[in-house]
Design a protein around this ligand. Structure first.
Ligand code: GLN
Length: 304
């Protein structure tokens, strides 16, 4: 399969969509990013790499980082994790409060904000120095020691964090946050602020495409059935209330973030990352969704 030619063709065909949508602006620092950036990178398990556009420019991962937080929480908690959150698609916005209230402080899944705030609580509780431990794990996944938090973006999010603070308070009220709310949110915003390029993100997702291989990165170990489950959750919950649409159009497990990135993978074959900051009303990258739809159409490869 000539993946480079296919990616080049995808890049050409998404051109008309590049002005559609709008950057996230509820995190003021994200509104300052050039919205016309666009990159694609793909990495296969047999070591090939393909890319186009702004594939080496770093961007804010935002919710994509929740995949790494879930991996670490699964390592620390095993199946106990599922006493504190569900594994069902939410069918609601990523920052919905209503569902959390109706469901008594048990988030529907780990990828909505409420779920990821509980993941953050778990990491803060277990790890003596969660910020250091977490970034080391992410660096080892991406095989890149310079990956880091963007403290300015985390601070910018914190200053406007009315909704996430409300979510954290509701979780705390129901006993589903054990630590101090400010401490847990501080860690959560830092996790969201991690920056990578598409090139780095495709590397960081590759381990999740590899069920057969033992997952052991910087001491974080997962069984192949954990990796399988992570893929299942990405497939059913990775795009919030657009998870069905992404499955329908693309047919790969993946995860989006309001920085405009999407990472997806084809189990046993490759991981791919796309970045374009303009979002649709559900908070997913317009170009990112289309690019991956075209990729699985042109390659005729998907999990379905
Ligand atoms: N940091 C963002 C938030 O909590 C992440 C949301 C996202 O990427 N969907 O709102």
């Amino acid at each position: 399969m000539d993946y480079q030619a296919i990616i080049d063709k995808v890049f050409e065909q998404i051109a008309p969509l590049r002005g559609v949508g709008k950057q996230a602006d509820y995190i003021p620092a994200l509104a300052e990013v050039n919205p016309d950036r666009c990159g694609i990178a793909m990495r296969t398990l047999n070591g090939s790499y393909y890319s186009t556009g702004d594939a080496t420019v770093r961007f804010s991962l935002q919710s994509i980082s929740k995949v790494f937080a879930l991996a670490m929480a699964m390592h620390l908690e095993g199946d106990n994790l599922w006493t504190r959150m569900g594994k069902e698609p939410s069918g609601a916005a990523f920052n919905s409060l209503i569902q959390l209230e109706l469901e008594h402080g048990i988030p529907r899944n780990p990828f909505i904000n409420a779920g990821a705030i509980v993941l953050s609580d778990i990491l803060v509780e277990h790890l003596p120095s969660p910020e250091n431990r977490f970034i080391e794990f992410v660096r080892s996944l991406a095989k890149c020691p310079t990956i880091n938090y963007n403290y300015g973006v985390a601070l910018s999010e914190k200053k406007q964090a009315y909704l996430n603070t409300a979510i954290a308070n509701l979780l705390k009220y129901h006993g589903n946050i054990r630590g101090d709310i400010d401490r847990v949110l501080q860690f959560y915003f830092l996790v969201c602020s991690i920056e990578m390029s598409c090139a780095e993100l495709s590397q960081a997702f590759l381990p999740f495409a590899d069920h057969q291989q033992r997952f052991d990165y910087d001491g974080v170990t997962l069984t192949s059935s954990h990796v399988k489950r992570m893929n299942a959750i990405m497939q059913t919950c990775g795009f919030y209330d657009e998870a069905g649409e992404f499955s329908f159009l693309v047919g790969l497990p993946g995860k989006s973030g309001v920085g405009g990135g999407i990472a997806a993978l084809y189990p046993g074959r490759y991981a791919v990352a796309v970045w374009s900051p303009r979002l649709n009303p559900k908070g997913n990258s317009v170009v990112g969704m289309k690019a991956l739809e075209l990729l699985t159409t042109f390659t005729a490869e998907s999990i379905f």
